[in-house]
Design a protein around this ligand. Structure first.
Ligand code: PEP
Ligand code: MN
Length: 449
């Protein structure tokens, strides 16, 4: 296999999908040059560690919990926001680990998730009775969310802002996970007042007390492993903007192979997985563990061809297929893919994204999802894999650590009318903190079954 990374011009000449049209090419080149000399955000060895963990996931020896915003924003890079998200992920991981008796690989959809593919290049809104059409918002990496002509112009300086925002986020996350915040003895303190008042919060309290007891027992008999004090946490994002991703790719001095050093795990989206496209061409050369989304239009042959391209040596842990069918389609659509891929002996981790096949517009115009559909798709995913004797490896969820109102249903029975209360997502609706925890309890039960 060739380890020579194609140059940016080669990728550009392939006409990559979903790229911004920048008005000023020189400014783009300047940003790329600057990024190319910036220090790595993650290290190649850390990426290799994650590949090994993903290999364990593919064998059913660990479960992947991948979560975070649909689209991070620069404004969202605050200590509170990052901590709340991390805390919720840690709570979910504890529920899965303890409730499901399974090691959990924790992967933030964080510190780099700033670029969004869009189904339409344009967005039309009625402003003061007048219909106005502007370029679509493509994530803070590209343009501004504000609905004005000036804000929607793609600005290449934002690529450097992505680097800085990712560095700040990752720095804080690293401090939290190694500095004691993620210590299992803090398991109670992650449950703040707001959650404690909910039914699921009380359920968590009970589980945390059981963990406390188990830890007191271990301390009493003289066991105090380092594993209790710190957790492994990795970062991930959709590697969409080839200018940024290519500039953030470095040749590792140990192996002399290219790694994307802007995140540990990167994935190819549903809209950019064309077999002969520039994204697949870029991804097949980097050595990170990688994901590829597969929606209802993907055939088993597509999956096989992608696996052959992206993981020609069939290396365990290298490739993850993230399926996103929708609750109503997964039971019909998934078996064919899994059966054929498995029959061909392809090594892959299967992960369920129960979000992107379940989005719809509520009667009051909000883009939303039903909590019951999210749980339903994960249940379908487990049922399909269990019936085929294959491994349901994990979940990828869009979630936040805040009390937002973006997804309807769940134990707190959020209604369509309630969406307006605190809808903050700039792109897709996220599970709020209670819904995230609630989902973790459901999944823990599926793991146990
Ligand atoms: C996403 O993960 O936010 C996304 C755009 O997903 P997909 O590529 O599966 O549509
Ligand atoms: Mn999304």
């Amino acid at each position: 296999m060739s380890s020579t990374l194609p140059d940016l011009e080669t990728l550009r000449a392939m006409g990559p999908a979903q790229q911004p049209t920048y008005p000023d090419r020189e400014a783009v080149d300047a940003a790329v040059t600057r990024l190319s000399s910036m220090p790595p955000l993650v290290f190649a060895g850390e990426c290799d560690d994650l590949t090994e963990k993903m290999a364990a996931v593919s064998r059913g020896e660990a479960f992947l919990l991948q979560g975070g915003d649909c689209a991070e924003t620069f404004e969202g890079v605050t200590a509170d926001n990052v901590r709340n998200k991390l805390r919720t992920l840690l709570q979910m991981a504890v529920v899965l680990t303890y409730g499901g008796s399974m090691p959990v690989v924790k992967l933030g959809r964080m510190a780099g998730q700033y670029a969004k593919p869009r189904s339409s290049d344009l967005e039309t809104r009625v402003v003061d009775g007048e219909s106005i059409t502007l370029p679509a918002y493509r994530g803070d990496a590209v343009n501004g969310f504000e609905f004005t002509a000036a804000s929607r112009i793609p600005d290449p300086h934002r690529l450097l802002d992505v680097y800085n925002a990712s560095a700040a986020t990752l720095n804080l996350v690293r401090a939290f996970v190694t500095g004691g915040y993620a210590d299992l003895r803090q398991v109670h303190t992650w449950n703040t007042d707001f959650v404690r008042g909910s039914v699921v919060g009380q359920r968590y309290e009970q589980l945390a007390s059981e963990i406390d007891k188990a830890m007191s027992f271990m301390t009493a008999i003289g066991i105090s492993p380092e594993e209790l004090r710190r957790v492994d946490f990795h970062s991930s994002h959709e590697a969409l903007l080839l200018e940024y991703e290519h500039a953030m790719t470095r040749i590792d001095s140990r192996t002399e192979r290219p790694y994307n050093v802007s995140g540990h795990f990167v994935w190819i989206g549903e809209r950019t997985r064309q077999l002969d496209g520039a994204h697949v061409e870029y991804f097949r050369h980097i050595r990170n563990p990688i994901g590829c989304k597969l929606g209802p239009s993907a055939t088993a042959d597509d999956a096989l061809a992608l696996a052959a391209r992206l993981n020609p040596d069939n290396e365990p842990g290298r490739l993850t297929f993230i399926t996103r069918f929708g609750a109503g389609k997964i039971r019909d659509g998934l078996p064919g893919l899994v059966e054929k891929v498995t029959a061909e002996g392809v090594s892959v981790a299967w992960v369920c994204d129960p979000m992107h096949g379940n989005t719809f517009e509520a009667s009051n115009g909000f883009k939303t999802r039903r909590f019951e559909d999210v749980v339903g798709e994960v249940q379908g995913f487990f049922d399909v894999h269990r019936s085929l004797g294959t491994v349901p490896g994990g979940i990828l969820v869009e979630m936040t650590g805040d009390d937002v109102t973006e997804v309807i249903g769940g134990g707190e029975e959020l209604t369509e009318a309630g969406l307006a209360h605190r809808y903050e997502s700039v792109v897709d609706p996220r599970l709020n903190r209670v819904q995230s925890l609630e989902l973790a309890f459901h999944v823990a039960e599926m793991l146990r079954a």
